[in-house]
Design a protein around this ligand. Sequence first.
Ligand code: GSH
Length: 203
Amino acid sequence: MKLYYSATSPFVRKCLISAHELGLRERIELLSAAPHPVNRDRALVACNPLGKAPALVTDEGIVLYDSRVICEYFNAIGGGQLIPAQGAARWSVLTIQALADGLMDAAVLVRYENAARPENLRWVDWVEGQLAKVTCALDELERRVSAWSAGVDAGSIAVACALGYLDFRYATLGWRERSPKTAQWFDTFAQRQSMLSTQPPAA
Ligand SMILES: N[C@@H](CCC(=O)N[C@@H](CS)C(=O)NCC(=O)O)C(=O)O
């Protein structure tokens, strides 16, 4: 399998951690990509018309995106322990994943706003709206921490990637002070080999 990869993408990280936890990591070849909302990476666009990473090419040559579909695929071929097959547990895991993905979406958009958009075109209220999504998502995770933090699954992996991305790009945000129970969980989870081997480079 080939995975279009960016070392700084929390969505790519989510897929790699899932692959690692399922014992699939060695089967994945990484194809370096440079996803960008304006300067689109041609090779990536040829694979995923949205031009977003991650995208996966399976051994059968089938292209899969986005990260949720890729994680679902890994789960299907890797034993199924990251996403419960049915029942309340399934919807809970998938909803936590969606919450963490939404946090990452908002944080990545703010990153593009601050790093890619020309200064004279920036809109402060829009950035604040995105950051409000981040803080509301953090508050919801903190409220429901006992419900999602017990296992290693698609939900907790996505949360770990979201928190890791906040550490990487928004070290001054102070999310740990806002979310002490989540922070305590993260400090333990971050010691897993799957997390250590996928850390983003120094910001
Ligand atoms: N919903 C997508 C989001 C992926 C995403 O936003 N990736 C970013 C990199 S972190 C990207 O490719 N950005 C390029 C763009 O927005 O055009 C997923 O879950 O895979």
